[in-house]
Ligand binder design. Structure first.
Ligand code: NAD
Length: 279
């Protein structure tokens, strides 16, 4: 397909992020993988973070380098401060700097409320919220050190938090996950307010139902798929590339004036679909 179809006049999508260095956490699976590939296709050099399964991370690296940009796989658990610090330091050493941090890594540990263990609660908060805090903090230190390089981007740096429609939709049986994403929303907005004067843009993407391993139960069987589609006015389950495209746009100067926003990419899931026929 012609890669310029649908692009604003004069904008070549393959050059949108040319010369920029991006790090995507949890980039060897699902949304993170598609995002890392999307950023590479848009011209960025990409660090593919993973916590397990090095081979799949290396496969993502190979796909990205096929676009003629640089990529490397870095192992780090985003919930561990020393590992995040070391990961960003290594990126600055090996790639020169970081321009885009996509804090994507996340997981679920579901249970009815009274059966949810403290370990399940803590694990989800540690990865989904503290992990994003640590990644954003370490990237910001480098953004501030380097400042704006106008030939590269109008901003000194971009942080994109992977949230969820569950930052605003309560989710029974998933109190740890919904709380972590509610936290991501307020963290993102607070950081956006605090860092905008330094020309750092902080935003979030909030996916609806995207076909990835995290929610296999919700789309694997015909019945589950039917039930899920009732919640999606646009009548299709999302693909990881739907999210990747949103991240690429948010990271690029096309959306330079977007600060502290959550881009819902959810086929209308947050539009109270139950009210389409009731209410
Ligand atoms: P996924 O399970 O395919 O990917 C999650 C990635 O995070 C994996 O690569 C996993 O190894 C990594 N990860 C987990 N713990 C980590 C840690 N401690 N350190 C580093 N990496 C770690 O699931 P996904 O659907 O691609 O999820 C990606 C993000 O999108 C998550 O933040 C998730 O909450 C969010 N999200 C997904 C959906 C969806 O429908 N799939 C909807 C809303 C939000």
């Amino acid at each position: 397909m012609d890669s310029t179809v649908g692009a604003p006049q004069g904008v070549n999508p393959a050059h949108l992020l040319k010369g920029q260095k991006a790090l995507v956490t949890g980039a060897n699976s699902g949304i993170g993988k598609a995002t890392a590939i999307g950023l590479g296709r848009a011209g960025a050099d990409v660090v593919v973070n993973y916590v397990a399964d090095q081979e799949s991370a290396e496969a993502v690296v190979r796909e990205i380098t096929s676009f003629g940009v640089r990529a490397a796989a870095y192992e780090a658990d985003v919930s561990q401060e020393d590992q995040v610090v070391a990961m960003v330091e290594r990126m600055v050493r090996e790639f020169g700097t970081i321009d885009i941090m996509v804090a994507n890594a996340g997981l679920q540990r579901d249970a009815p409320f009274t059966e949810m263990t403290l370990a399940q609660w803590q694990k989800v908060l540690d990865v989904n919220l503290t992990g994003q805090f640590l990644c954003a903090r370490e990237a910001t230190k480098e953004f501030l050190r380097r400042g704006v390089v106008p030939e590269v981007s109008r901003a000194a740096g971009k942080i994109i938090c992977m949230s969820s429609v569950h930052q605003i939709i309560p989710w029974a049986g998933h109190v740890n996950y919904a709380s972590s994403k509610g936290g991501v929303q307020m963290m993102m907005e607070t950081l956006a307010q605090e860092l905008a004067p330094q020309k750092i843009r902080v935003n979030a993407v909030a996916p609806g139902a995207i076909r990835t391993p995290i929610n296999r139960d919700a789309w694997e069987t015909e019945q589950a798929r039917e039930d899920l589609l009732k919640l999606i006015p646009y009548d299709r389950i999302g693909d990881p590339e739907d999210i990747a495209n949103a991240v690429v746009a948010l990271a690029s100067d096309l959306l330079d004036y977007v600060v502290g926003a959550t881009l819902y990419v959810d086929g209308g899931m947050t539009l109270f679909p139950g009210f389409a026929t009731g209410g």
